[in-house]
Design a protein around this ligand. Structure first.
Ligand code: 5GP
Length: 231
């Protein structure tokens, strides 16, 4: 069989992006959870995904960790105090939250809900405990784990990033060892060996989820109603 050409893939991309049942019924936004070991390149992947396709919204988390050089409040994260974070928990402002290497991280609820209402697929870039909480609350969400081609490469990417102390890197690698056991709970594992290819792949994967029958119940209902009026 002939190998798939890039042009074939582009055609497929167009049809997936246009598959919205426009003029008939509005497509509902989906929750997409992206996790991966620290250093697997998730951040860059997400930026490219948002830049290349307009059907996604990226949720911005709240965290109690300090900003890294180059990070801005309200862009990468909402950087908040421990007191403010605990207030958000008490006021039920978070969809989920978790502790990760000595800090709190959580997903503000309001933005996610309003973007899904608009039909956007909302990306949550969160760690595994949060991912499992989302799966329990939203069974239709899709969970994708991004991984490097090898563990060796993960260690090398983390060391070369140069933004964390040796102690923090050690803690993050320890955490990766623990999380590696839970990865089976995800729906997909995507190997990030080439940025452009992985971004395309990620988009196909997400758009394909809209074809699941469970995502199209409203459409089916309308279809059945219309059939009923002509017979
Ligand atoms: P970092 O400090 O490297 O930005 O993030 C550390 C970890 O926290 C990453 O695995 C990241 O995906 C995760 N994380 C970021 N935001 C959230 C969140 O809102 N909830 C949860 N559960 N994890 C998050």
């Amino acid at each position: 069989m002939e190998a798939k050409k890039i042009s074939d893939m582009d055609e497929r991309e167009d049809s997936a992006a246009g598959m919205k049942h426009d003029g008939f019924i509005r497509r509902k936004g989906m929750l997409v959870v992206i996790s991966g070991f620290s250093g697997a390149g998730k951040g860059t992947l997400m930026k490219e995904l948002i830049k290349n396709y307009d059907n996604y919204s990226l949720s911005i988390s709240a965290t109690t960790r300090q900003p890294r050089p180059g990070e801005t409040d309200g862009k990468e994260y909402f950087f908040v105090s421990k007191e403010r974070f605990e207030e958000m928990i008490r006021n039920d402002e978070l969809l989920e939250y978790a502790r990760y290497v000595d800090n709190y991280y959580g997903t503000p609820k309001a933005y996610v809900e309003s973007e899904m209402e608009k039909g956007k697929d909302v990306i949550l870039e969160i760690e595994i405990q949060g991912a499992l909480k989302i799966r329990a609350k939203y069974p239709d969400s899709v969970l994708i784990f991004i991984i490097t081609p090898s563990a060796k490469e993960l260690i090398s990417r983390l060391r070369h990033r140069g933004t964390e102390s040796d102690e923090v890197i050690r803690k993050r690698l320890e955490r990766a060892k623990l999380e590696a056991v839970g990865v089976e709970a995800y729906d997909y594992i995507l190997i990030n060996d080439n940025l452009d290819k992985t971004v395309k792949h990620l988009n196909y994967l997400i758009q394909d989820q809209h074809m699941r029958a469970s995502q199209q119940l409203e459409f089916l209902e309308e279809f059945q109603k219309e059939l009923g009026t002509v017979i």
